[in-house]
Design a protein around this ligand. Sequence first.
Ligand code: 2IP
Ligand code: CA
Length: 401
Amino acid sequence: MCSNTSIHTITMNSFVHALVCAAEKSASIARTIRQEEELFTLLVEEKKDEEKNKRFVQDFKTLADVLIQETVSYDVGKQFPEIAPHIKGEESNQFTNTLGETVVVEVKPTVEETTELLAKVLDGNMGAARLLATAVHQNVEVEMDDNLRTLKSDTAIGNLGIWIDPIDSTAEYISGKGNNAAESGIYPSGLQCVTVLIGAFDRSSGLPVLGVVNQPFNQLDSESGKWTGRQFWGVCHGGVRATSITGNDNISLRAADQRKVIVISTSESDKLKAALEANWNLVFAAGAGYKQLCVAIGLADAYILSKGSTFKWDSCAPHAVLRAFGGGIVSYQKVMTTELQGFVEGKKPIHGLELLYHVPDKVHSTGVNQWCNDGGIIAFKDVAILKDLISALKPETITAL
Ligand code: 2IP
Ligand code: CA
């Protein structure tokens, strides 16, 4: 770590490494909650409103999300105090019970203190509180891969902010199984669609500079019933582009016709599905983070979402990984309508249309809604596919969707 009087710079690989370790700890907490009987029971418990825990309104599902987010904030903030005030995520860490009492969920300096605090939210369930606190305080050290070790770049940490999605695809996390069949290497649903997303962005330009995408449930060992995960990182900062993703082996998992693959949500509009089907292999998958990961690792060529149903924390990390390849994420509505001509005619660089992370899309909204990716998204690894999409999906078709 080096510094001068005004701008504190750190080595990029120490920062990436910190986020990689934080994401791996998050994944480990997520696996613990699914695999420890006592915690899993709480996770899947369906309570009718009147039976709901009288003391606390929020349930264990939210607690899992909040706790992982707080763990990332705590670990990264401790290592890099300058970025601490600029770490944001999907969840608020305040739990308010029906009596109006508020408990702020946070990581305390010791396991005992964290256990005590969690027990308050868990209505005195000390066993569950201790299991969770132990997972939060475990030491997770991930070895640097070769690409990270050799990454030579510095960054002014004070200029950055962080978006965290502690558990993306919460529905699959809670009720997903691991026994679905993959199509072209892509899982339509299930635990494989769950991701932990940690992305850093430049607070002046709003562009994503570094992303870590962790898939906690990648492979199930049928004998032990235990899951192992995997994770990827990518950096696009100044003139530096680097990533842990190497090669394009996944291409062999594609359908024999080798048509390009577009991954989309099952809830996508029928009109868009029909328009895409004519030219591409359409593959459906749950999880915004997972779909973007499929593009980054070469299982799909693009992910299209026509609606504003994702948020900054869903896209910041994968966006940085895609930028490491010269790809990116643009607003679907902008590209397909108003800005389309300029791009097609080569007057507008596509990277000027990318999603940004420092200001809300919906300035007049409040709370989480202001941070939604309002115009939908197109995630791509190669600009060529974006041009093909725009040419095939005529604006008159798209605006009518
Ligand atoms: C969700 C999650 C959903 C996704 C939605 C995200 O985040 O990734 O799976 O919908 O856009 O906001 P879909 O699966 O249809 O793509 P979370 O699970 O964190 O709420
Ligand atoms: Ca999400």
